[in-house]
Write a protein that binds this ligand. Structure first.
Ligand SMILES: *Cc1c(COP(=O)(O)O)cnc(C)c1O
Length: 230
């Protein structure tokens, strides 16, 4: 019998396909990240059993504990606010860090990944709505930040991420998604050595379909898969 999580994943995959059809994109161009913060390892296993490969966590300690607990190889994305002094705990363990929003943090990531002679794959987080409560580079400063981070030897920028202002109606969020996609195109046009803008991480449970229509390649969905968090 299919579990509730498996059924939710099925439904979301269908929604992703339909959103792709509406805007003429290939469904292969969008990946689903299951945001498992505050959810147990057992629930992660259940999602993995249903075929889910990529998981997103927001808290360093929780990330490390769960990853140590779950032995099968999964892609672990770090999507939360990150303090420089905790980067060492993530070293070598992330598929992608979505939340790099300042040079000092990128420098510490590069420093840590240098120890394992690898490049950390990262996204630059942009605070499109300019909200005080949210992390992210100001949009006007993003190009310069990307330029500075691009000089670091052990990080590789693969695109941008945003957490836009909340609105019940996803249509009201659309302009923010559009702005992030435009910013990525601008950076691509400028052309910064070693920088790719192939990844756009945007869209959550209630607005991922609109985000896909605006170009999201990674959608970060928690509640719609695992149910409400505490
Ligand atoms: C919690 C979280 C999500 C998932 O939010 P849902 O509304 O539960 O889908 C996505 N992105 C980030 C950065 C988050 O912190």
């Amino acid at each position: 019998m299919a579990t509730e999580i498996a059924a939710n994943l099925d439904r979301i995959h269908r929604q992703i396909e339909q959103a792709c059809q509406r805007c003429g994109r290939s469904p292969d161009s969008v990946s689903l990240i299951a945001v498992s913060k505050k959810k147990s390892s057992a629930l992660i296993q259940e999602a993995a059993d249903a075929g889910q490969q990529a998981f997103g966590e927001s808290y360093v300690q929780e990330f490390v504990d769960k990853q140590a607990h779950i032995l099968r190889p999964l892609d672990w994305h770090f999507i939360g606010a990150l303090q420089s002094n905790k980067v060492k705990y993530l070293r070598g363990k992330t598929a992608l860090i979505h939340s790099v929003d300042r040079l000092s943090l990128a420098e510490e990531i590069s420093h840590q990944w240098q120890k394992i002679q690898q490049q950390a794959r990262i996204l630059v987080q942009v605070n499109v709505g300019g909200e005080d409560s949210k992390a992210g580079s100001a949009p006007e400063q993003a190009v310069e930040l990307v330029r500075q981070i691009a000089r670091l030897p052990h990080v590789r920028i693969e695109g941008l991420m945003t957490l836009p202002p909340y609105a019940d109606d996803p249509e009201q969020v659309r302009p923010w998604f559009r702005q992030l996609a435009q910013l990525a195109r601008n950076i691509e046009t400028v052309g910064i050595a070693g920088v790719s803008m192939s990844t756009l991480s945007m869209g959550m449970s209630h607005d991922f379909e609109v985000a896909i229509e605006e170009g999201a390649t990674l959608v970060r969905v928690g509640t719609a898969i695992f149910g409400a968090r505490e």
